[in-house]
Design a binder for this molecule. Structure first.
Ligand SMILES: [Zn+2]
Length: 148
């Protein structure tokens, strides 16, 4: 975990948000409720479940689709698992210390940062448009196909 969160390829924002997420300290609404801050409980992306860390990363159908789309773009075929298992999977790539591993880990940190940072600046429609706008800009081929 340590090498994953301190690698030099990440922006400070990505590092910090990923660090918060791995320690389960993102400001999700269930967490805010526990410390006395009352906000609507629904997920800002899908509006159909309570916003918890595990829901945001990646049980939510919207964020699940985003992460799945990025995995396809990275040329990876796998089923998305629980947040803890996704972190474990990303850490395995970080330990390989390869270019591919670095790209995968950067994309992972970026997607967690995009999803985890939504609460400070977005309402529901803005959050959804960020995700759809982001996926819309991805090329249709994976990065491994693009190199050939
Ligand atoms: Zn959701």
């Amino acid at each position: 975990m340590e090498e994953y969160c301190t690698s030099a390829e990440y922006t400070p924002r990505h590092k910090f948000t990923l660090w918060l997420a791995t320690w389960r300290r993102l400001a999700t609404v269930d967490r805010l409720q526990r410390i006395g801050i009352h906000v609507p409980m629904d997920c800002i992306f899908c509006d159909s479940a309570v916003e918890t860390l595990d829901h945001l990363l990646f049980l939510c159908p919207v964020t699940h689709a985003l992460w799945n789309r990025l995995l396809v773009w990275l040329g990876i075929q796998r089923n998305i698992a629980s947040w803890q298992e996704e972190v474990h999977w990303a850490c395995k790539w970080a330990r390989k210390k390869t270019r591919r591993g670095a790209i995968i880990c950067c994309v992972f940190a970026m997607v967690v940062s995009i999803i985890g940072g939504k609460g400070t600046t977005c309402d529901s429609s803005q959050a959804t448009s960020i995700v759809t706008g982001f996926t819309g800009r991805l090329p249709s081929t994976s990065i491994s196909e693009a190199r050939t």
